[in-house]
Design a protein around this ligand. Sequence first.
Ligand SMILES: Cc1cc2nc3c(=O)[nH]c(=O)nc-3n(C[C@H](O)[C@H](O)[C@H](O)COP(=O)(O)OP(=O)(O)OC[C@H]3O[C@@H](n4cnc5c(N)ncnc54)[C@H](O)[C@@H]3O)c2cc1C
Length: 101
Amino acid sequence: MAKSVIIIGGGIIGLCTAYYLQKEGHKVTVIDKSDYSSGASYVNAGFITPSHIISLAAPGMINKGIKWMLNSESPFYVKPRLDLDFLKWAWYFKKASTQKK
Ligand SMILES: Cc1cc2nc3c(=O)[nH]c(=O)nc-3n(C[C@H](O)[C@H](O)[C@H](O)COP(=O)(O)OP(=O)(O)OC[C@H]3O[C@@H](n4cnc5c(N)ncnc54)[C@H](O)[C@@H]3O)c2cc1C
C-alpha cells in the first residue's frame, strides 16, 4: 500500500531514500532546512565511495601525505607554499591522526 513519507534532510542519504521510496510507489516529500548548499553531500562535490569510509586521518598518514604532497602525480599533491591557513590545517590534521581517533 502506498504511503505518504516525509524525509527530513536532502543530502545523499535523504535523496537516495526518497528516490527508492518513490520508485516503490510511495508519495515522498523531502524537507531540508537549507538551500542544499551546506550539507556534507554538497561540500564533497557529490563524490560518495565505500573506500572512503575509513578515515583519512590515520597513523602513518602524515609521512605518506608529505611524500604525496611533493609528488605532482599523487592524489594528494599540494603546490608547496607558505600559507598560514594551510599550515594550521596540516597541524590539526596531524593532531587528529592518532590510533585512538
Ligand atoms: C569535505 C568532505 C569530503 C568528503 N569526501 C567524501 C568522499 O570522498 N567519499 C565519501 O564517500 N564520502 C565523503 N564525505 C562524507 C559524505 O559526504 C557524507 O558521509 C555524506 O554526504 C553524508 O550524507 P547525509 O545525507 O547523511 O548528510 P548531509 O549531506 O549532510 O545532508 C544532511 C541534510 O540534512 C539537512 N538538515 C540537517 N538538519 C536538519 C533539520 N533539522 N531539518 C531539516 N533539514 C536538516 C542539512 O541541511 C543537509 O542538507 C565527505 C564529507 C566532507 C564534509
